[in-house]
Write a protein that binds this ligand. Structure first.
Ligand SMILES: *Cc1c(COP(=O)(O)O)cnc(C)c1O
Length: 459
């Protein structure tokens, strides 16, 4: 057997030319998104004021299995893709595990994350429709950066509402977005009705993704030639992120490998949905049966402790209603929770797959995540994003189980990005001042109270 290389990059000819739409192979579809006014399933036309037309189409497309990636998008993908599939030899050795550990590394672009894969697609379709301006929210900052890169590439104006606590904690994130000419506003802000309302009720709020989304959507609806874009949760985003899984699967085929376990961190579900897409296809069509594992923070546990219910995607309750695992749009995670993965809900596609038993989920606490991040950095030389380190934690734990059971499983996990802007958190971990925060049932109850009551559908 030839030795498996440390890093495998596909050649440009081997790269996927189509995205894969997981919904085409799902036995049952996620429940339809509802129009918040009529409470009827949304139509493409309902979405046109918020999303550009092609993206509204992709959002509701349950049938087209493969969708061509336009040439202009491929050209920009080629600047930073393919991303490498890496065999974590050193990590395996130091864990003394018979398991084979692979990771797909998406941090090799300026956003430091996988988010650029969808940012490029969303900016491209807006440009093609003649839209001049986009708005969005960003939490940790990777999405805002990715979209700023994409908007600058395609010549679009961009307004980013950045969750206030992260705007204050990470000034260099904002500086990078400004390099790409984005306008960045801390959220909640006084520039929108939604922001003013949230501030009137709660003047000291550190903000949340849900608030920032309300502001960005309002700005899009009230500004000429402007649309809103979102970096996770949506079906279209999972579609664009399928490039991660498709590249991974091809690379593993070249190596003669197939994962027994596929692991990803889960915030809104986009990297996980993208990474697992072709493996989930095998599962849905009976070709293979890998274990699929979502890893979320114990401080924001939508899959493991949330309710599978219709909810708003934002705090201001202006977006369509989606049925998903959610902590309630009113849920605000603890400010001491360091990196990303702070969203109250979860992709409706992943929620449905989880609900139907096709995947598993666990939650992990912050100090254990950073222990894994530091261990990984020292063995594999990449400083992981805290979000990605949730997946690392689970991969290490699975590899240790393999050692104890003497089983040589093949593990694949998504290393979604790098953590250069999270050094405050790394330092507090090192100084042992980092705290774990696990909401009590009573605290979660408050978020659940914010779930909408929908006549005939939800009490
Ligand atoms: C945004 C982000 C995540 C989480 O978002 P998902 O939509 O759940 O993938 C994970 N890792 C990094 C580096 C991110 O930037």
């Amino acid at each position: 057997m030839p030795k498996i290389p440390h890093r495998l990059y596909l050649t440009e000819d081997q790269m996927p030319r189509q995205w894969y739409n997981l919904r085409a192979d799902m036995k049952e579809q996620p429940d339809p998104m509802l129009n918040p006014q009529t409470l009827k399933p949304v139509t493409e036309q309902d979405l046109y004021p918020i999303f550009c037309e092609e993206l509204a189409h992709q959002e509701l497309d349950e049938t087209n299995r493969y969708i061509d990636i336009p040439e202009e998008i491929l050209e920009e993908y080629m600047i930073y893709r393919p991303s490498p599939l890496i065999r974590a030899y050193n990590l395996e050795k130091s864990l003394d595990t018979p398991a084979k550990i692979y990771y797909k590394f998406e941090g090799n672009n300026t956003s430091g994350s996988h988010k650029l894969n969808s940012a490029i697609a969303q900016a491209y379709y807006a440009k093609k429709q003649g839209i001049k301006r986009l708005t969005t929210e960003t939490g940790a900052g990777q999405w805002g950066t990715a979209l700023a890169e994409a908007c600058s590439y395609f010549g679009l104006e961009l307004d980013v509402f950045q969750v206030k606590c992260s705007y204050e904690q990470k000034p260099f994130r904002r500086a990078i977005m400004e390099v790409f000419d984005a306008n960045v506003t801390p959220s909640p802000s006084m520039t929108t009705e939604a922001g003013r309302k949230i501030l009137a009720e709660n003047p000291d709020t550190t903000g949340s993704l849900g608030c920032a989304i309300s502001e960005a959507v309002e700005k899009a609806l009230t500004t000429e030639s402007c649309r809103y874009v979102l970096g996770s949760v949506l079906n279209q985003v999972l579609l664009h992120q399928s490039i991660i899984g498709l590249e991974s699967k091809t690379a593993m085929e070249i190596l003669g490998e197939y994962p027994d376990i596929v692991i990803g961190c889960a915030g809104g579900g986009s990297n996980l949905g993208g990474l697992i897409a072709p493996f989930m296809q095998d599962k849905l069509t009976g070709k293979a049966n890998p274990k699929i594992l979502a890893v979320e923070p114990a401080s924001c546990p939508s899959l493991t402790r949330g309710k599978y219910a219709y909810d708003f995607c934002d705090t201001g309750k202006v977006t369509p209603l989606a049925r998903m695992y959610t902590l309630g749009a009113g849920f605000i995670p603890a400010a001491n929770h360091a990196g990303g993965l702070r969203y109250h809900g979860m992709s409706p596609i992943l929620s449905k797959l989880y609900h139907d038993g096709y995947m598993q989920a666990i939650s992990v606490q912050q100090t254990d995540v950073f222990d894994a991040a530091v261990y990984f950095a020292q063995k594999e030389t990449i400083l992981p994003a805290p979000e990605s380190a949730h997946a690392i934690r689970a991969a290490i734990d699975e590899a240790i189980k393999c050692r104890e059971a003497g089983e040589a499983k093949t593990i694949l996990f998504g290393l979604t990005g790098t953590g250069y802007f999270d050094m405050t958190a790394y330092s507090s971990h090192r100084a042992k001042t980092m705290q774990n925060y696990i909401p009590t049932d009573e605290e979660l109850e408050k978020g659940f109270k914010s779930l909408p009551k929908i006549k005939g559908i939800q009490k």
